[in-house]
Write a protein that binds this ligand. Structure first.
Ligand code: NAD
Length: 356
């Protein structure tokens, strides 16, 4: 018999399988009738299927429409394309949503932080338009740039192109305003560097401003990304929704994770018009993988976001309250929060804190 909700689960690698098992335990305890369809991606998929992102993984997400995934390792500088980026582009998951809120019993410099980063997920420097230094393509590009506009690029330069479109920006702006309204948020702050990159960041800003002429309860402001970063570390409570192009969104979501206690706590969602893939902000943490000590809370809270998306509002709130209760009690914690409990101890405590 099929469950009420079909969900594709991609455990990932590194600490991914550990935090995935933990999240599955908690979500099954919170809501009955989730049918899990487990699929692979990353190094494990390459070994078993000869592909990093097998078609049957994508097909499963297209069928279930909703997926939750653990982190996947991307070797740095190897020319190996990030599976996470590929997945967002294949499924057109154009909006990343990353809430950062202060959690009980987690000491941080600033209390009462409650903001959400909304990041454009498909364009900008992450579009994957890359020209390797010394390649014939980079050579042809240099020639063309010189011919077109007299630009000189050094012959030993690698080049990454930064496309930001009106259509791509309009949909993320619309998404951000709708998200703000639906979640009773009051203010959107757009981060950019329009003074230095008027054609890409400037376009993002001008397109976002189009929307602000419409009446509504959500106010709008913009800030140069460097000023925004300085304000954020000094006065994070001043912010509500941060709307950012891809690269700045990636960096600031880790900064916001740091503001509220670390990567092990921050959930995330990648959302498109058709599909949604939920995942923690953290990576595969190879330094602690296989030891059973990874903090599962980011993955469990990603699961709560998924439950809300599936319409399981009570289940989602119950999971969030159970996480708060366990953090507040303080005796069951993983080492990143100063405790000595295991990943599954934390999951067990959260499951036990759910209403019966
Ligand atoms: P990371 O997030 O894996 O780790 C950074 C630090 O935070 C490490 O010290 C790690 O031990 C700690 N940490 C992260 N998650 C934790 C958790 N749940 N509990 C306790 N400690 C935790 O970042 P990284 O080291 O830059 O990246 C490692 C790999 O992960 C890279 O290959 C990267 O490409 C990949 N990555 C994947 C995703 C994804 O799949 N969405 C996201 C980011 C990074």
């Amino acid at each position: 018999m099929g469950g009420r909700h079909r969900v594709t689960l991609i455990p990932g690698d590194g600490i991914g399988p550990e935090v995935s098992a933990a999240a599955r335990l908690v979500l099954n305890a919170a809501v009955s009738g989730i049918e899990w369809i487990e699929r692979e991606a990353g190094a494990i998929a390459l070994a078993e299927h000869g592909e990093l992102l097998p078609e049957n993984t994508l097909e499963s997400i297209r069928t279930s429409r909703v997926a939750i995934k653990g982190p996947i390792t991307t070797p740095v500088g190897s020319g190996f394309r990030s599976i996470n980026v590929a997945l967002r582009q294949e499924l057109d998951l154009f909006a990343a949503v990353r809430p950062a809120r202060s959690l009980p019993g987690v000491p941080t410099r600033h209390g009462a932080v409650d903001l959400v980063v909304i990041r454009e997920n498909t364009e900008d420097l992450y579009r994957g338009v890359e020209f390797a230094a010394g390649s014939p393509q980079a050579g042809a590009l240099r020639e063309e740039l010189r011919r077109l506009a007299g630009f000189e690029i050094r012959p030993d330069a690698g080049v990454t192109v930064k496309p930001i479109s009106v259509a791509g920006t309009r949909r993320i702006v619309r998404f951000a305003f709708e998200h703000a309204k639906a979640n009773r948020r009051r203010r959107i702050t757009v981060g950019h560097k329009a003074s230095i990159m008027p054609t890409s960041d400037g376009l993002f800003l001008r397109t976002a401003r189009e929307r602000t002429s419409e009446p509504g309860d959500v106010s709008f402001e913009d800030m140069q990304i460097d000023h925004l970063t300085a304000h954020l570390v000094r006065e994070p409570r001043r912010f509500d929704v941060l709307l950012l192009p891809n690269l700045y969104g990636d960096i600031l979501s880790d900064l916001c994770a740091g503001l509220v206690g670390g990567l092990g706590l921050i959930p995330g969602a990648n959302i498109g018009w058709e599909y949604a893939v939920f995942e923690p902000v953290h990576g595969s943490a190879p330094d602690i993988a296989g030891r059973g000590v990874a903090n599962p809370i980011a993955m469990i809270l990603s699961g709560a976001m998924m439950l809300r998306h599936l319409g399981e509002l009570d289940g989602a709130s119950a999971v969030e309250r159970a996480v708060d209760a366990v953090l507040d009690a303080g005796d069951v914690r993983t080492p990143d929060l100063g405790g000595s409990s295991s990943t599954m101890d934390v999951a067990g405590a959260i499951a036990a804190a759910l209403p019966r």
